[in-house]
Design a protein around this ligand. Structure first.
Ligand code: SAH
Length: 344
């Protein structure tokens, strides 16, 4: 029988799973706390008896990530290649900011969304990550670099792995566990409308980032296949419902691609859409991906675009590029880094 992975359960589910062992109720809290500290084995749970630790190990498992490589950028950013228990690989990035260490985690092995500018989706989706595997990326890094912020913006579409994502967020923010404020957690989506609505119902205090990247369907269709299912007007309406339900400002991500979505006309239309909304625009100069044809916008085009947004009263900033020299920037992560490890 396959062992149940305790690190992928909520506190309530874990308490339920432990019932089979007829333990006193406080044990669930103890074990949950140990998991949130990122222990890699039951043996490390030093306030449990040796017998109990053995019994737990026979019945349950704990998700792990195994470091294969870590590249360090001149700006201090670290990119980890992690192997999972089944041999799949994911990438995770540690970014250092004045406000603390932020970890960008992967939510799937590969991605099926097909965005034309992104490396993560080149080979499609292999599988979803479990809640425990999402947390294990943070727990691993937290041992040496205390993690204060988490962004779910690595490989994968988090809302395409909805239930595991929500369990992960609940565990990461549980006062009984890791205890990270939900306001320090950002989740980025390419715009799966029904899932945005489901998320709104949960009323979490996380930041939702929406990869808009174009203000009209003609442009967005060209770069994001997901737009066929959920076009711009439906996506923006879902974002409005999300803000109405949660009171949280949405962060719109907008990659600047030369001659594709970066003209003054695009900026004007974007400003019109976001007028008087609780919104922030995060402009991302497109990062290079070998297999993709698009080019980044010129600095002039980015300045012009930002100026138009600002003039129209839209709050816009340009994302600083971290980890450029190690291919750790947005859209450059993939399920495996053959490129940096050609022999692997
Ligand atoms: N699937 C989610 C999260 C992963 S991508 C989403 O789509 O939001 C994280 C961010 O990086 C997204 O805004 C994505 O569109 C952006 N991105 C992808 N490829 C990029 C590239 N080549 N240059 C800059 N940003 C890119």
């Amino acid at each position: 029988m396959e062992k149940i992975d305790l690190s992928s359960l909520t506190f309530e589910e874990l308490s339920e799973a432990l019932k089979s062992l007829s333990l006193p109720a406080f044990r669930a809290g103890q074990i949950y706390r140990w998991i949130s500290r990122g222990v890699s084995s039951f043996d490390a749970m030093s306030d449990l008896s040796k017998d109990l630790r053995e019994t737990l190990a026979q019945t349950f498992s704990l998700a792990q990530v195994y470091e294969e490589t870590c590249l360090v950028s001149s700006d201090g950013t670290k990119k980890f290649l992690f192997r999972l228990a089944d041999g799949n690989h994911i990438e995770t990035v540690l970014m250092r900011y004045e406000h603390g260490n932020s970890v960008c985690i992967s939510s799937q092995v590969g991605c099926s969304m097909g965005c034309r500018f992104c490396a993560s989706t080149l080979k499609g989706k292999v599988r979803d990550l479990t809640a425990g595997e999402m947390f294990a990326q943070i727990a691993y890094i937290n041992r040496t670099d205390p993690v204060s912020h988490v962004v779910v913006m690595g490989v994968g579409e988090p809302l395409d792995n909805f239930d595991n994502l929500v369990t992960f967020v609940r565990n990461l923010s549980s006062p009984k566990g890791f205890g990270m404020s939900q306001r320090h957690i950002s989740v980025s989506t390419c715009g799966l409308v029904p899932k945005i609505d489901r998320l709104a119902e949960l009323n979490l205090q996380i930041t939702l980032s929406v990869s808009l990247h174009a203000p009209d369907n003609e442009t967005r269709d060209r770069i994001m296949p997901v737009n066929k299912a959920y076009p711009v007007e439906k996506l923006l309406a879902a974002c409005d419902r999300y803000t109405a339900a949660t009171g949280r400002r949405i962060s719109y991500e907008y990659i600047m691609i030369r001659g594709v979505n970066d003209t003054p006309r695009h900026a004007q239309l974007l400003a019109k859409h976001l007028h008087r909304k609780l919104a922030h625009v995060n402009l991302i100069p497109m990062n290079h991906v070998d297999e993709r044809d698009f080019q980044p916008s010129t600095p002039d085009a980015i300045r012009r675009f930002t100026a138009i947004l600002t003039e129209q009263g839209i709050n816009a900033t340009c994302r600083r590029k971290l980890g450029k020299d190690i291919d750790a920037s947005c859209g450059q992560l993939r399920a495996r880094f053959e490129k940096n490890n050609p022999t692997r």
